[in-house]
Design a protein around this ligand. Structure first.
Ligand SMILES: Cc1cc2nc3c(=O)[nH]c(=O)nc-3n(C[C@H](O)[C@H](O)[C@H](O)COP(=O)(O)O)c2cc1C
Length: 138
C-alpha cells in the first residue's frame, strides 16, 4: 500500500515519531511518505491508500487538550477518503484528553475508517503503530 504519514511538530518529537513510523511501514513492505503538514499536499495525501496524521497535544496539560489548529485545518483540506484505513497519533507529556477523538472525527466525516488511535510520550513511534500496519494489505 501507499501510506501517507503527515505530522505537525513544534520541537521535533512528533517529527521523530513520524519518521520512525515511516521506517516501520517500509520495513513491512509498504511505500510510505512522511511529511510535515506544512509541506504536505492535501490532494496527494488524499490519494494515498492509507493515511496517518500526527499532532503534538496542545492544551493546559490536564485540561482542554487537542491537536494543533494547523493539524485540524490540514485535515479540513483533505478530500473524500471513502473507506480508506486511517490512524491518528499524538505525542504528549502528561495527558492527551480527547486529542485523538478530535483528530479522528474530521477523518471519519470524510469517510475514512479510523482503525488506529495511538500515542507516544516522546520522540518514539506511537505504541501500536506496528500492529496497525499489520492490519493493512501489502
Ligand atoms: C503550549 C503547549 C501546550 C501543551 N499542552 C500539553 C497538554 O495539554 N498535555 C500534554 O500532555 N502535553 C502538552 N504539551 C507537551 C507537548 O504536547 C509534547 O511535549 C509534545 O511531544 C511536543 O511535540 P513536538 O516536539 O513535536 O512539538 C504542550 C506543549 C506546549 C508547548
Amino acid at each position: 500500500m501507499q501510506i501517507a504519514i503527515v505530522y505537525d511538530s513544534s520541537t521535533g518529537k512528533t517529527k521523530a515519531a513520524a519518521e520512525q513510523m515511516g521506517e516501520t511501514a517500509r520495513a513491512a513492505g509498504h511505500e510510505c511518505t512522511v511529511e510535515s503538514i506544512q509541506n504536505a499536499d492535501p490532494a496527494q495525501v488524499t490519494s494515498a491508500d492509507a493515511i496517518c496524521v500526527g499532532s503534538w497535544t496542545k492544551g493546559l496539560f490536564v485540561i482542554r487538550q487537542g491537536p494543533t489548529e494547523a493539524t485540524l485545518s490540514f485535515m479540513e483540506r483533505l478530500g473524500p477518503l471513502d473507506g480508506k484505513p486511517a490512524a491518528v497519533f499524538t505525542t504528549y507529556d502528561l495527558a492527551i484528553g480527547k486529542t485523538l477523538k478530535k483528530m479522528a472525527a474530521p477523518l471519519e466525516v470524510r469517510g475514512a475508517n479510523v482503525t488506529g488511535e495511538l500515542k507516544s510520550k516522546g520522540p518514539h513511534a506511537a505504541n501500536g503503530f506496528d500492529a496497525w500496519v499489520k492490519t493493512l494489505e501489502t
